[in-house]
Design a protein around this ligand. Sequence first.
Ligand SMILES: Cc1cc2nc3c(=O)[nH]c(=O)nc-3n(C[C@H](O)[C@H](O)[C@H](O)COP(=O)(O)OP(=O)(O)OC[C@H]3O[C@@H](n4cnc5c(N)ncnc54)[C@H](O)[C@@H]3O)c2cc1C
Length: 468
Amino acid sequence: MADKQYDVVVIGGGPGGYVAAIRAAQLGLKTACVEKRGALGGTCLNIGCIPSKALLQSSHKYEEAAHALALHGVKVQGVGLDLAAMMTRKDRVVSDLTKGVEFLFNKNKVAYVKGAGRFTRANRIAVGSDGKDEGIEAKNFIIATGSEVMPLPGVEIDEQQIVSSTGALALPKVPGHLVVVGGGYIGLEMGSVWRRLGAKVTVVEFLDRIVPGMDGEVGKQLQRVLAKQGMTFRLSTKVIGAKKSKTGVTLTLEPAAGGTAESLEADIVLVAIGRRPYTNGLGLETAGVAIDNKGRVKTDAHFRTNVAGIYAIGDVIAGPMLAHKAEEEGVAVAEILAGQAGHVNYETVPGIVYTWPEVATVGKTEEELKTAGIDYKSGKFPFTANSRARCNAETDGFVKILADAKTDRVLGAHVIGPEAGTIIHECVMAMEFGGSAEDIARAFHGHPTLNEAVKEAALAVAGRAIHI
Ligand SMILES: Cc1cc2nc3c(=O)[nH]c(=O)nc-3n(C[C@H](O)[C@H](O)[C@H](O)COP(=O)(O)OP(=O)(O)OC[C@H]3O[C@@H](n4cnc5c(N)ncnc54)[C@H](O)[C@@H]3O)c2cc1C
């Protein structure tokens, strides 16, 4: 059978790949997307962003019903947990959304090719298993094969007692003691879900702080609030081994700097120390595509690999492993392939932790500005002084805006508080437009809204906040 021919073939149907495919098709390119998972949407829709946020929402409602509504004068009796129903709802959200992507493929005439793609030469891939390979040729390929869980030596994941985020999204019962290895956003989100549902949760983190890479002050505050909610933190500590028994797992811990070992008993261990690029079985060597020392496909500023006609985007290349970063790269690469000027502004990629309170950050942290020797001004406003947060009885956290000391241009914004993940986007927009703290401060903000805390933080940059 003759090979099929396309203008663009995207390998991987995650947020990077499916968005690239839709945009390429919108721009008139004959496009196919190859996905081996059996469902579109990649890590994000199937085992990442979406199921985790569905469980965060459900567990938040459970905790509110059980503990927070009385404060509002709402009496609720006999609050109970139906974990199976919660999981079924989560699975339905996932399947509705993944089917939604299939609908979008049909609508935009993107050919959906089911199976694993591997390069047989630079302008051809084979899809499927031995003997039943379908050959596909294209003028351009986009590698969007994403990432996989980073393993932890000595702590082998079995997805039963020692789980990755994938197993943690589908535990059959609430564990007595969940030990989370890794204090990044995935560990804290999944830890929050199970703590709200009744587990004792201990987070073991190698570094001396959680959410490394985020603004230090925000990280400290998040740890304080999560500890107040009942999470236990073991910082500067490493997990060096795990022994399973019928009833649980005994972890061996050691101070990060070395020293006396100790053991910690867990019912379930969640390994959440990060993710690594995934290119297994893709035949990169056959095509001659170069990777870097972290296994990421090497690209230039236009997503080109070292092989003409092969591009790469998303988690499989350098940069933050986030769905919206992959999506923007998907749009940009498709536009470049259609002869347009696709571009991604990496200075304004927001990062969000969907705990409660949420944490959201964009641009430079104070630590980064200090290291770079940039002279900056900081304006901060606490949610305790925000009237809407008071009405909602959700006053933990603050907004911090960092602006250039001379030009007043916003260089970074860091929010910990209710709806931080939504609030941050006015700062993202301001930064995208090269806005100043004064621009934000002079813009109308409806009253009473949580966003007024952003306006006040922007006013505070010039020392003129009104409500504190
Ligand atoms: C628990 C969890 C929570 C997360 N929460 C968030 C969040 O709230 N917000 C956020 O922005 N990000 C979140 N992420 C990260 C986000 O999921 C990723 O950044 C995003 O999915 C990356 O998109 P991608 O398209 O690059 O790759 P992926 O989504 O990983 O998609 C790659 C796809 O390629 C397929 N594939 C691989 N090799 C082949 C092959 N040879 N042939 C065919 N198909 C192939 C895979 O099956 C996969 O479906 C979360 C991740 C996890 C694990």
